[in-house]
Design a binder for this molecule. Structure first.
Ligand SMILES: Cc1cc2nc3c(=O)[nH]c(=O)nc-3n(C[C@H](O)[C@H](O)[C@H](O)COP(=O)(O)OP(=O)(O)OC[C@H]3O[C@@H](n4cnc5c(N)ncnc54)[C@H](O)[C@@H]3O)c2cc1C
Length: 409
């Protein structure tokens, strides 16, 4: 028997394991999927938890519901990967020798990497919303917040879903307006970027939205230190931002074992061919989702677009054929803007987000870079698409390739 091993049973791992188990002859191949947790998280829903819009049931489910039949699902930490030996050692002591490997271990927040972040203030007046635990702990704090300085800070790029901090601020503006205390809350966005976003046209659009909503942007702020005794966040160039409540997006890093395996860059993201999704170092390793160092957004929608490419290239490699399927970096993201509206961006490696319309037969078109109610419903519908279509291997009617249709250049 040959072994097809998938590390990480999040969005990418659960989906590619299902596709491979269906494609491979079970008399010759076994498909093994490994993760340290038996829970599956709908991470885009974490955004809504602090504002009381989603509860635990919306965002956490047992993963065994989504792991297809025929896959051996192993719950254990992954301790060591020896790519030259085609071998993985798990925390439970099991050693797995593989023929093909997909790395899909995503990215984690690392508050421990910023000096002072976890001293004293952590989960007192410093919170994250990139984990379920962080988002749930923040909800009662926001509810009781009566006014003061709320600072949202991105420590360093890249982070998963780079628009989520903006969405948090837009929702905070709406939430405190609805509570009748918006005039008592100062909202501040401290970002390492020169503006609101990475891509120029979207950055200009989001920048003016932040201004209209009276959200102050502290740009090029490279956070280096949290002094929780004074409630001050400092940058490496010694600027200081005082806060009453700090909502941080800590440094995002890939799994440590990837660095030890010699596959990771300085943030443990795996060096990956951005077109074929194959490891640049080992032919029998493919990388999917947030774990890869490819220059597109770390987002669930990106994984949906990657899936067909990775799947076809893996099968081509097994058949000794060239890897002809190329990923274009396609990313599509609804951005909640508060007051029941959202906007939408669609881009790839070469084309930045543009205004116009995104056509979806039957339900669209959706406004690109415009704020509409139908975009908000699109954002909320993503939860259904995730739990009931994507994870269950049911086709989602969104074409893999980026297209200029409907866009105004
Ligand atoms: C607040 C927030 C909002 C978001 N909003 C959106 C959105 O609107 N649209 C969108 O498309 N995307 C959004 N995303 C991003 C999206 O959720 C992720 O990009 C996607 O889930 C990543 O999937 P993945 O499979 O790469 O990693 P994950 O789903 O994170 O899975 C990685 C898995 O690997 C396991 N793992 C890691 N290391 C080890 C180890 N050493 N041993 C064992 N197991 C290990 C983990 O337990 C985990 O289950 C958002 C994310 C957040 C946090």
């Amino acid at each position: 028997m040959k072994t097809f091993l998938v590390l990480g049973a999040g969005t990418a791992g659960t989906m590619i394991a299902r596709k491979m188990a269906k494609a491979l002859d079970s008399s010759q191949w076994k498909v093994i999927l490994v993760d340290r947790t038996e829970l599956h998280y709908y991470q885009p829903g974490f955004l809504f938890v602090p504002f009381g819009m989603y509860s635990k049931d919306d965002v956490v489910q047992p993963n065994k519901k989504f792991v297809a039949r025929g896959i051996e699902y192993v719950i254990s930490g992954i301790e060591q990967l020896q790519p030259a030996e085609n071998r993985v050692t798990l925390a439970n002591g099991r050693v797995i020798n593989y023929d093909y490997l997909v790395i899909a271990t995503g990215t984690d927040i690392r508050p421990d990497q910023t000096e002072g972040m976890m001293d004293g203030g952590w989960q007192q007046n410093i919170f994250d919303f990139y984990t379920y635990e962080g988002a749930a702990a923040l909800a009662p704090v926001l509810q009781k917040f009566e006014g003061g300085r709320l600072v949202v800070n991105v420590v360093e790029m890249p982070i998963k879903c780079p628009v989520a901090p903006l969405e948090f601020l837009f929702l905070a503006d709406w939430y405190f307006t609805r509570k009748g205390i918006r005039n008592k809350v100062d909202l501040v966005y401290a970002t390492p970027l020169p503006g609101a976003f990475t891509k120029p046209r979207a950055a200009a659009e989001f920048g003016s939205m932040l201004e209209r909503k009276n959200i102050h942007v502290e740009a090029e702020f490279a956070a280096g230190l949290v002094d929780s005794s004074r409630n001050v966040l400092s940058s490496y160039d010694e600027r200081e931002i005082p806060y009453d409540l700090l909502v941080t997006i800590p440094l995002n890093m890939g799994a440590d074992f990837l660095n030890a395996a010699g596959l990771g860059d300085e943030l443990n993201f795996v060096r990956t061919d951005k077109a074929t999704l194959q490891s640049t170092q080992y032919e029998n390793i493919f990388v999917m989702g947030d774990a890869a160092n490819i220059p597109t957004s770390k987002a669930g929608a990106v994984i949906h677009f990657e899936m067909e490419i990775a799947y076809k290239n893996i099968l081509a490699h097994m058949a000794g054929k060239p890897l002809d399927h190329h990923f274009d970096g396609h990313a599509l993201c609804y951005i909640e803007t508060g007051f029941g509206k959202a906007t939408l961006i669609d881009f790839d490696y070469n084309q930045e987000p543009l205004p116009g319309k995104y056509p979806v037969p039957g339900i669209g078109p959706f406004d690109l870079l415009g704020q509409t109610t139908i975009n908000h419903w699109g954002k909320l519908a993503f939860k259904f698409m995730y739990w009931d279509l994507m994870l269950r291997g049911i086709e989602v009617p969104l074409p893999t390739k980026f297209s200029m249709a409907g866009k105004k250049a």
